[in-house]
Write a protein that binds this ligand. Structure first.
Ligand SMILES: C[S@@+](CC[C@H](N)C(=O)[O-])C[C@H]1O[C@@H](n2cnc3c(N)ncnc32)[C@H](O)[C@@H]1O
Length: 476
């Protein structure tokens, strides 16, 4: 692996950079696999009749052949002793865990150390696709809180929505907007996470192709774009609100220089974190304002390159007047039909994008405001459509925690579950006819409809497994 010479030269003298060890760890190229488990799915399996398990025991039964070791800075994060083919693990498709690079899970420390997470918070994840940070934030915030997960690139926002659906939560809204659009929502969010698009040097060990795309010129362009993104979106953060800024670049122009710019030009106040318990994380001070930032080098910690720095907003904004959209509520008849499928307590059922969605009652005003001011793509849990006085359930309902435990379900063994996820014909004969949830090891995958003489597979075709399975594919 040939690292760009200009990168190595530019990092001389940067805190924590040790050239020989840095080159050596890239040459060794050993792959680290890490996952973050979904605490909500642990609960779902429990209500589906599985024994309550501690988080660690839940993790152990997820990938039985791999050893798990904890990631020091993330409660639900684990390193795996080997990398399976996640595609052929039904529990991956059930949203039981998210495959995520370990260093980036340090976001948890920023939120845990600087916020009271039991409060009700409005959080914006501005650059959110494919959803690593968003799913992590969702697991950390209270059920009373709201996460708005935004992605500017349309295609990527669809992947983000799929991952949010898989995570099974009801307190996330997905938007597809340019950061500028958030200016309309001045003073709106308590927390803003900006995991900015960057030159990507931190991922060179995992993605050698990225090396070819790296240049000093691109570092400059990224730095300017990062400033633009932050300047555009910061009005949406409340006075006293928290900004968490991160990149997967080692370049100072994208890290400490942005921290200095935030303090100097945007009036932000740096918020240091405690890292004494975590060996190998390098605390840096930005050259002008001594803002603390945290650098992750693969030769010092078990993970890839990453930078994170936090700031309090000290400037006030005048709040603009926001006009909410008109809610399209569902009829009493429809509500009665839904009552057999979804828990009702604390939820509001509304019509949105030609379908019925459930969201926490408390977030209805936010939903209506975001619906009128942004390109709102998804909100809460999509329940489905009522046709001829019957619900045609949506995939998201099966994956969610709002589905009623009494909805009929069929548990599939491994081979059938893979066939199901490939959207092939199934050779099962369920005891009852009609819609049923398909489960694997107590975890919901999606729907099938059992007729008298056949079973229709309703796994969504857009997310079906396309690869062929051979017996060794999973435990590779
Ligand atoms: C580092 S990635 C985000 C990864 C994500 N936070 C996660 O943890 O899975 C940066 C994201 O910013 C988006 N992006 C690119 N240009 C942007 C822009 N000008 N404004 C806002 N976001 C942008 C990219 O499409 C990409 O999804």
């Amino acid at each position: 692996m040939m690292l760009p010479k200009e990168l190595l030269v530019s990092l001389e003298g940067v805190a924590g950079f040790e050239k020989e060890a840095f080159i050596a760890v890239h040459e060794r190229g050993n792959e680290i696999t890490s996952i973050r488990i979904n605490p909500a799915k642990k609960q779902q399996a429990t209500s589906n009749g599985q024994l309550a398990k501690s988080e660690a025991a839940f993790a152990d039964c997820l990938l039985p052949f791999a050893n798990f070791s904890p990631i020091p800075w993330c409660g639900n994060g684990y390193y795996l002793s080997q990398r399976p083919s996640f595609t052929f693990d039904p529990l991956f498709h059930a949203g039981c865990y998210y495959v995520q690079e370990a260093s980036s899970m340090f976001l948890e420390q920023a939120l845990k150390q600087l916020l009271n997470l039991s409060q009700s918070l409005k959080v914006l994840d501005l650059c959110a696709a494919p959803g690593g940070k968003s799913t992590h934030i969702q697991s950390l915030i209270s059920s009373e809180s709201l996460l708005v997960s935004n992605e500017v690139i349309k295609q990527r926002s669809l992947v983000l929505t799929d991952n949010i659906i898989k995570w099974g939560c009801n307190n996330v809204f997905v938007t597809n907007n340019d950061p500028k659009a958030f200016q309309k929502l001045s003073n709106y969010f308590d927390v803003m996470v900006v995991d900015a698009p960057c030159s990507g040097s931190g991922l060179f060990r995992k993605d050698e192709d990225a090396i070819g795309e790296w240049s000093l010129n691109n570092v400059q362009l990224c730095s300017q774009r990062q400033q633009r993104i932050l300047a555009d979106a910061l009005p949406a953060l409340k006075e006293g609100g928290l900004l968490v800024y991160s990149t997967c670049s080692y370049s100072q122009e994208e890290d400490e220089a942005i921290a200095d710019w935030l303090v100097r030009e945007m009036g932000m106040e740096n918020a240091p974190l405690q890292t004494n318990n975590f060996e190998g994380i390098v605390e840096t001070k930005s050259p002008q304002s001594s803002a603390a930032g945290y650098r992750f080098y693969p030769n010092k910690i078990k993970g890839e390159g990453f930078f994170l720095s936090c700031f309090w907003k000290r400037q006030s904004e005048s709040s603009g007047k926001l006009r909410p959209a008109k809610p399209e509520m569902i009829s009493a008849k429809e509500k009665k039909i839904l009552s057999e499928w979804a828990v009702e307590e604390g939820l509001e059922f509304i019509r949105f994008r030609d379908s019925i969605f459930a969201l926490p009652q408390k977030h209805l005003p936010d939903f209506l405001i975001l619906q009128s001011s942004l390109n709102l793509q998804y909100a809460g849990v999509q329940i489905g459509e009522v046709m001829k006085e019957k619900l045609v359930p949506h995939h998201a309902l099966a994956q969610s925690t709002v589905i009623k435990a009494s909805v009929p379900a069929t548990e599939l063994p491994y081979d059938e579950a893979i066939k199901y996820l490939q959207r092939q014909e199934l050779s099962v004969s369920p005891e009852t006819t009609g819609w049923q949830v398909v489960r694997y090891k107590g975890h919901n995958l999606s729907w099938m409809n059992a007729l008298k003489n056949r079973v229709n597979n309703y796994y969504p075709k857009e997310i079906r497994i396309l690869k062929q399975y051979n017996n060794t594919a999973f435990e590779k």
